[in-house]
Design a protein around this ligand. Structure first.
Ligand SMILES: C[S@@+](CC[C@H](N)C(=O)[O-])C[C@H]1O[C@@H](n2cnc3c(N)ncnc32)[C@H](O)[C@@H]1O
Length: 309
């Protein structure tokens, strides 16, 4: 489309000249042919031309003004946050799962330290040791159970310190920790002394021995390790380590079931492994003692059992 300029000085003079010429010619024609229609025709032509020029010029002036206005600023398109590694935090992706684990651990550790103020440095949780969530369940049960007699633990370490701390705060009960490895027993004892908790714990160190158990031979702590234990309010099974034998932790519940109080909790760690899943299934199916055991709930890595009611 042709765009006319806004009515400038030059255009105005040209238009005015053209109007003047048309009018002069119409006057001459009217005089020569003695007919005023020439004059009327010229006036009609001139007014039409002037109207068109003014209308177009006004339109163009508005357009020029509009074009001179600043262009509106466009909001930038939202960009997705991509970590520098290129890995994704999308739900279910490895980074997302890791972040959830860390959040669970931090939350449980904060709760543990709120429940039991610690003056020294506690041994690290996780890895070989119980996870913060499992430690929190152990500690909470000791603090909240109607009564705490003996707590038995299979496998010493970080859990020993937290259980002892909870028993000390409660002011009743004691912990018997069964350990087959002298080195781990020694380092746990040192930690307990450093934290002023050694008076609440007895670590019993015994080599595992092959003994007849349910029509076969199994490695387990010798009978004297369990001789004078009872009644047991809480049993935590986190040892012996799996590499020492298939389903090596299985005897813990059958051998201690008659010492457990009616409302005792039994906690089996490492149920993320097939072997512990199998032990758990057998414990539930065995129906050891007067009442069978059932899973009450699970932590991130442990199952909590109690007698079926
Ligand atoms: C799973 S750990 C017991 C951990 C303990 N209940 C805790 O929460 O720290 C089972 C046994 O493994 C052995 N153990 C502990 N820490 C270990 C490590 N870092 N490497 C190899 N064996 C370890 C000890 O003999 C322990 O009794």
């Amino acid at each position: 489309m042709t765009t006319w300029p806004a009515l400038g000085r030059r255009t105005f003079l040209l238009c005015a000249g053209a109007i003047g010429v048309v009018l002069a010619l119409s006057v001459v024609a009217a005089l020569v042919w003695e007919d005023a229609a020439w004059l009327l025709g010229a006036l009609l032509l001139v007014s039409t031309g002037v109207s068109v020029v003014l209308a177009k010029s006004g339109h163009n002036a508005l357009q020029l003004m509009r074009e001179s206005l600043p262009t509106p600023v466009q909001a930038p398109a939202p960009t997705q946050v991509v970590p520098p590694t290129g890995l994704s935090y999308a739900p279910g992706e490895p980074l997302d799962m890791l972040r959830r684990d860390i959040q669970r651990d931090v939350s449980a550790l904060l709760s543990l330290h709120a429940l039991l103020p610690v003056t020294g440095s506690m041994p690290a949780p996780g890895g070989w040791a119980a996870t913060p969530e499992t430690l929190l369940v152990l500690v909470s049960r000791i603090l909240a159970a109607p009564r705490i007699d003996t707590v038995v633990e299979c496998g010493s370490g970080t859990s020993t310190a937290w259980i002892a701390l909870a028993i000390k705060k409660r002011g009743e009960g004691r912990l018997i920790s069964l350990e087959h490895d002298q080195n781990y027993a020694d380092s746990t004892r040192l930690k307990l002394e450093e934290l002023g908790l050694d008076g609440w714990v007895e670590i019993r160190v015994h080599d595992l021995v092959l003994q007849p158990f349910e029509a076969r031979s199994r490695l387990w702590f010798p009978s004297e390790a369990l001789a004078d234990i009872g009644p047991v309010s809480l049993l935590f099974v986190d040892g012996p380590p799996a590499h020492l034998g298939a389903e090596i932790r299985y005897p813990a519940l059958p051998l201690l079931t008659d010492r457990l109080t009616p409302d005792a909790w039994v906690i089996l760690d490492d149920i993320d492994r097939a072997e512990e899943q199998s032990i758990l299934a057998r414990w539930v199916a065995d129906g050891t003692g007067a009442a069978p055991f059932q899973v009450r709930f699970q932590t991130d890595r442990a199952a909590v059992l109690e007698r079926a009611r």
